[in-house]
Ligand binder design. Sequence first.
Ligand SMILES: Cc1ncc(CN)c(N)n1
Length: 229
Amino acid sequence: MERGGNGDANGKSTTATWTNLHRPIYERATRHPFILAIREGTVDIPAFKRWLGQDYIFVRDFVPFLASVLLKACKQSDDPSDMEVILGGLASLSDELSWFKSEASKWDVHLYTTAPQKANLEYCRFLQSLASPEVSYIVAVTAFWAIETVYQESFALCLESGSETPAELIDTCRRWGNAGFGQYCQSIQGIADRCLEKAPSDEVKKAEEAFLSVLSYEINFWNMSCGES
Ligand SMILES: Cc1ncc(CN)c(N)n1
């Protein structure tokens, strides 16, 4: 089997190469009108509340997905520190679920009676498919990196100087836009790139497809939050 190799001729890592290669869809996911409206202080509050209720459902489904990535790291990774990064992420989801509950009560969003919308159901189904033992660690960890990075880049944009994010949404933006979460995403990116460097080309191709699928599910998720289904 052919080897995937490490990115392009300029020495860029595989994930950096893909981000450049697929820039238009990457930007549709990370600079979505929903995020730009938060940043400009014009976000529709019902849309924000819809996002909040739907994202709680998503994060609940993200837990078993991440547990499956952890299991694959334990079985397939050649670097013991991968497990520590992923375990840290999994542990922080407990705090994240509590945050959703307190934020929901602040905004009068009823989490337990919120039904998942179509775009969310489809994304959660994709997560379930990635959790299958037939999906390799390389593909799963690449998807994990993409999922976290879309939120990191999106919400970091709302914290940049010059942004007019409403005060009551700053806490939400900090949750994913803070520098620590940015470092965590870089650690996952480092893991993905190290794995991709050694992977056979068919696995690299599957990982790229998973990256593109994540971007497309993320766009649909933002669209759903804006009220387009
Ligand atoms: C839809 C979605 N994508 C990503 C994340 C970040 N874990 C999230 N909470 N929700």
